[in-house]
Design a protein around this ligand. Sequence first.
Ligand SMILES: [Zn+2]
Length: 331
Amino acid sequence: MARYFYVYVARYSRNNLEIGRSLGVWGWRSDALSLHSKPDPRSSRDVARSMAVGDFFILASGGSPGPRTPQEKFVAGTLSEIIITRISKPLYRSDRRVWPDDVYPERVGLTVVDSVGPVNGQRLGVEAMQALQRSGNTRGVPVAAEPVALESLILTEEEPSEDPLDLDGDLDALVEVRRRREQRRLRHRKFGLREQITCDLCGRSMPVRLVAAAHIKRRAEASRDERLTLENIMAACLLGCDALFEHGYIHVDSAGVIRASQRAHGNADEATRSLTGRRCTAFSARSRPFFEYHAARHGHPWTDAAGHTDYAWLTDAWTLIRDAEDAGRAP
Ligand SMILES: [Zn+2]
C-alpha cells in the first residue's frame, strides 16, 4: 500500500520547484532533515528514509495564506499548484549541483504523475493541509499523513458536463483520460475548424488528423500554465516530425532554424536531414523559451544572444542523470 508524504514549497523557491519537476528530483539541506515536525516523534530524516519506491510524494506551492497563519485559515486557503509525484528513488545523497541557490544534498527521485491547481484547501482535505502547513513551517521537510483522494482532485479539474468516465480507480488511466481531454481542447484552440494544417517543422500541408498539437516543452515537465498556453504548442505532423522532435533527434536553434541533435540511424537519418536548415514556423519571441528548454533538454543549450535563460544546467544535469542510469547507480 503506497503511503503519502507532503512537502510545502515556499513561493521564493518556485524556480527550484520547476527544476525539480523537470529533472525528477527533490532535495533538502542536511540540517533541515534533523528537525522534527511535531507531533511526529521521528526526525524528518527518519521520515525521509521511510519513503519507498511507489509512495506518493505531494508537492504543493504558493497560494494564500502562507503556512504561518493560524491553522484554520491555512486549511481554508488556496494553493497555487499541487504536483502529484511518486518516489522513483529512495533517499540518497548527492553533492552534484542541481539548484542554483544551494546544494540540497539529501535527495529523492520522483516521477511526476500530474499537476493540478489552483486548489482550494477543502478539496485537499484537512489532514493533507495540516501536513503541508507543518512542512511549510519546518523548512519544507517531508511530512507523512493520510492519503488524499487523488481521483477527485484530478477529476474536478474537468467540467462535469463532459463525457462520463468509466474508471476502475487506476490512477494512470485517469491521468491518461485527462491528458487526452486536454489534448482535444488544445487542438481545438490551436487548429479551430480547419481541415488542412501546415506542419510547423516540415512545412507540408495535410489533413488535420495527421497533425498533432504537440508540446514544445514536454507536458510532464511543464507547469500547468505552460501546459495550457498555446505558445508551448506547435503543429507537428505524424509523418515523422512529431516523433523526431519529441525524441530529440531535431531541435530548434536560437534563430528559429531546425538542427539535427543526434545521429538517427538508418532511414530516420534522411528524415532528420530533410528538416535541418528549415525555419520552424512556430518559433516566435513567446515560444522561444520553450524551444530553448527543449534544445537544452536534448543536449544543445543555446550559447548565443544575450538575454536568454541559462539552461546549461539542464543539459549538465540530464547528462549526469543519464550517465548514472546507464551505469546503474544513483546520480
Ligand atoms: Zn512535418
